[in-house]
Ligand binder design. Structure first.
Ligand SMILES: *Cc1c(COP(=O)(O)O)cnc(C)c1O
Length: 415
């Protein structure tokens, strides 16, 4: 038997820290579903109405996509066998990348796209590789305070690898960003932003940010994880909705949310993509996603851009309007969001957990989102809609939430 005292110190430390998380009501728990991702979930032997996934268009369990996955499996097998640069890059990836680039071609001149297994890896790759487009210590990164963890981690890695300097800014007050950029002498400046903020649901001021990027010679990296598929008439995302075009834009979209499958991509002008292929370490050293997934995604893009996608976006927007008009709380706080992400701020972890538990007892799956995912003191219910929800589903939820708010406020718990 081999063991070392150090290993047991680590074990003791882990047990202690986990117990501490539990005490602070910050311990996270996995729940295994027995059903496909849809508006009804089977979990812990019960049927719950789910208002928590990012499957905004309701495509994750779409019969045509299930069929496309089977066809893709037959045609390409199940594994890619190697990284893209060795032998894992299949015709299915190549076709998908062309289609993804065509979605942004009116917004990024000379657009090319590169497909990744996840959005997390896409952000790590894009930020670290682009930060190397200047000598060490001469890249400045400006990052919105509420950016997604994968952007933050990509920026931290770029700071470690290229000694890039990092400045945080408030995306609701970008005047200060303008002053910072004006004073910045570094040859490479990069503004990094979520298109739709994942825990608040508001949309970034990308038009204004692009003006700043052009004025001060910066790149603008937009992570549109929650906009791709849902924003814009054709579902092409935030650049389509805001009607902007620039060769300074680095666009990131993810494909496991509204697109209903898995994966992500970066779309930018050709030269930047070529640079990522040459220098993007997570891209170079990671096995290519199964081609069958890429094949399925091509079908998903066809649905997004076509009539069915448009109808699904119309339904989603109808649900968002009903929520805005009919959901009134006495103390809980709605956010000024016009997307499918509709958080309800409760403040304390205890209140958020209690509300989530009462919702569970009422047959709903809406987890409590706590720090560090959101700032301290802003624990919340993150409610999300899918085009597969009906108006009746939503009105039932609204009535249930009103009753539960009343019940929670009577108990008033503080952390
Ligand atoms: C979900 C998400 C990601 C990560 O994408 P995955 O494909 O799930 O790894 C990146 N950025 C934002 C804003 C996200 O919400």
């Amino acid at each position: 038997m081999t063991s070392s005292k150090n290993a047991f110190k680590a074990l003791f430390f882990a047990q202690e820290q986990i117990a501490d998380l539990e005490l602070q009501l910050l311990k996270r728990k996995l729940r295994a579903t027995e059903s496909p991702c849809d508006t009804i979930s089977f979990v812990d032997g019960r049927e719950l109405k789910a208002f928590c996934s990012n499957d905004y268009l309701g495509l994750a369990n779409h019969p045509e996509l299930i069929k496309a996955l089977a066809v893709g499996g037959k045609k390409y097998g199940v594994g890619s066998g190697a990284s893209h640069l060795i032998s894992g890059h299949s015709m299915a990836h190549e076709i998908l990348e062309k289609e993804l680039a065509s979605f942004q071609k009116q917004h990024i001149p000379n657009a090319r796209a590169l497909f990744f297994s996840t959005g997390y890896l896409t952000n790590l790759t894009a930020i670290t590789a682009l930060a190397r487009l200047a000598p060490e210590k001469s890249t400045s990164i400006y990052s919105a305070k509420l950016n997604h963890a994968s952007l933050i981690d990509g920026i931290r890695l770029a700071a470690a690898q290229s000694q890039a300097s990092v400045t945080l800014f408030d995306h609701t007050h970008i005047d200060s960003l303008s002053n910072l950029l004006k004073a910045d002498q570094n040859p490479l400046k990069m503004i990094v932003i979520d298109g739709v903020f994942s825990m608040d649901g508001d949309i970034a001021p990308v038009k204004e940010l692009l003006m700043l990027a052009e004025q001060f010679d910066a790149l603008l990296l937009v992570d549109d994880a929650h906009g791709f598929g849902v924003l814009g008439k054709l579902g092409h995302g935030i650049l389509e909705q805001e009607n902007i075009c620039s060769d300074r834009i680095i666009y990131i979209g993810t494909l496991g949310k509204a697109a209903g499958v898995s994966g992500a991509f970066v779309c930018a002008q050709e030269t930047f993509i070529e640079w990522l292929i040459q220098k993007g370490r997570p891209f170079i050293y990671s096995t290519a996603t199964p081609p069958a997934i890429a094949h399925t995604l091509s079908k998903s893009l066809e649905i997004i851009e076509g009539d069915e996608g448009r109808n699904r976006r119309t339904q989603l927007n109808k649900l968002i309007r009903i929520w805005q008009d009919e959901m009134h709380f006495s103390q809980w706080e709605k956010m000024p969001s016009c997307t499918a992400i509709q958080p309800v701020i409760l403040g304390s972890n205890a209140n958020a957990l209690l509300a989530s538990k009462l919702l569970d007892e009422a047959g709903y799956w809406i987890p409590a989102i706590r720090p560090p995912t959101v700032p301290n003191g802003s624990a919340r219910l993150r409610i999300t809609f899918s085009a597969n929800h009906s108006e009746a589903d939503l009105r039932q939820l609204i009535a249930t939430l009103k009753a539960i708010e009343h019940e929670v406020n009577e108990k008033v718990v503080h952390d």
